[in-house]
Ligand binder design. Sequence first.
Ligand code: SAM
Length: 186
Amino acid sequence: MPLFVIEHLELRVYSWCKLEYQHISNWVGKSNLLFTNTSNTFLKTIGRVEKKKAKQLTFEKACVLDPEALLLLTPEIANKFKTFIFGGILGDDPPQERTKVELSSSDLQYPRFNLGKEQMSTDTAVIVTKKIVDGTPLEKLSFQQGIDIEINDSESVCLPYKYLVVHGKPLLAPGLVEKLKTQKGF
Ligand SMILES: C[S@@+](CC[C@H](N)C(=O)[O-])C[C@H]1O[C@@H](n2cnc3c(N)ncnc32)[C@H](O)[C@@H]1O
């Protein structure tokens, strides 16, 4: 199993981040997950944690996942790498290209790949990368662009990201819908 590195890039580890990061840990396993740029104690329970930024560390056979990268990650390419680096970023609409800026190619001189041009949540991007590593190309996966979640009789929240569809349903971090229903904001 490769190493999945999440460079935490938000001001705090918001409850939304915790749900997405827990979801990632469920899929890749605690021992294959490293959070950088944080010393958060909750994250220590679901992965390894490193206060340094990824650019201060050295990784074996690493690449960066960035929606702005020119090349698509395929199973053939993915098999050449042992480390996959992601931005721990809550999505923004329209996308602000934070991955390109905050995990820049001058700081992290590794090859860079996309998972299609549309923005996914960080947990979706990791799970999709794991599926590609395991041999399923992106075009064989099903996706839904944007999800509306009803939070009460009169309001709904739109998550304008691309989600993996598993068994006919968009795959969301466990607890996310409940969190949206009980708390506005992160
Ligand atoms: C919510 S996305 C952040 C996108 C952000 N709006 C930006 O402008 O970069 C969080 C992370 O998931 C990964 N990611 C999401 N969608 C991706 C895609 N289509 N291709 C490659 N990586 C993606 C990247 O590592 C990104 O830093």
